[in-house]
Design a protein around this ligand. Structure first.
Ligand code: IPE
Ligand code: IPE
Ligand code: MG
Length: 228
């Protein structure tokens, strides 16, 4: 479809890795590995489709409650993923932001993240926000605390400007793979008027065609923002 309405900012809840692996008689961590390989193809396809900013939910503030073995595997995977990904990001004029609390992350993961953010800080074509140890409620509290520290009034606009994803604006579309119909603490404040798209397809199987389906669905939506 030519001249299709393309969302500027898309959030993706990349869910279903564990079930994908279990269905194949493999360990959940294998699903996370295959899921992390899928990030690359979806990021490339999203940016070449004209999406300006992407926010990917990689690890929630609640995911620490999983068995230690799985959490350790995920943290290891994030580190290797970033190392591999940073070079590509720089080359493609993508600016990387990692959104979420950093205090609970290991110092070597934080270093890899900070290097990636610094090396990409002059890139302008796209924003790639990776949500790690992210919680939408915590993000709102942190934005309010920033306003208090600055002695500013607590307003909707003030909170918006102090959210982690402020440079990307509000998400026009939030996609959730994996068949669950919930937000699981993702982009709660900035998602107030986002279009939602849910699919049963598990994240490792969510390919370019599946993203196109989500974009087609978005293109057909009538956004009213409370008006008529
Ligand atoms: C999403 O897949 C990845 C993370 C939450 C880290 P899951 O691990 O939640 O996979 P399912 O939902 O159990 O299949
Ligand atoms: C949401 O998935 C978090 C990520 C995809 C990173 P979960 O699998 O953690 O969500 P719930 O537990 O099903 O709500
Ligand atoms: Mg899940």
């Amino acid at each position: 479809m030519e001249n299709k309405k393309i969302p500027t900012h898309v959030g993706i809840i990349m869910d279903g890795n564990g079930r994908w692996a279990t269905a194949r008689g493999k360990k959940r961590s294998y699903g996370h590995k295959v899921g992390s390989d899928n990030v690359d193809r979806i990021v490339s396809h999203a940016f070449s489709s004209g999406i300006k900013s992407l926010t990917l939910y990689a690890f929630s503030s609640e995911n620490w409650a999983r068995p230690k073995e799985e959490v350790d595997e995920l943290m290891k995977l994030l580190k290797t993923y970033f190392k591999k990904f940073i070079k590509k990001v720089i080359k493609n004029d993508v600016r990387l932001f990692v959104v979420g609390g950093r205090e609970q992350l290991s110092s070597d993961l934080v270093k890899v993240i900070e290097d990636g953010e610094r090396q990409s800080e002059n890139n302008t074509a796209h924003h790639l926000n990776i949500a790690i140890n992210y919680g939408g409620r915590q993000e709102i509290v942190s934005a309010v605390n920033k306003l208090i520290e600055k002695g500013e009034e607590i307003t909707v606009d003030g909170i918006s400007k102090n959210l982690y994803t402020a440079p990307s604006g509000e998400p026009d579309l939030i996609i959730r793979t994996g068949g669950e119909y919930r937000l699981s603490n993702f982009l709660l404040f900035q998602g107030a008027y986002s279009e939602l798209y849910f699919t049963d397809v598990l994240w490792p199987d969510f390919d370019e065609k599946e993203l196109d389906k989500a974009l087609d669905s978005f293109a057909g939506r009538k956004r009213r923002f409370g008006k008529i």
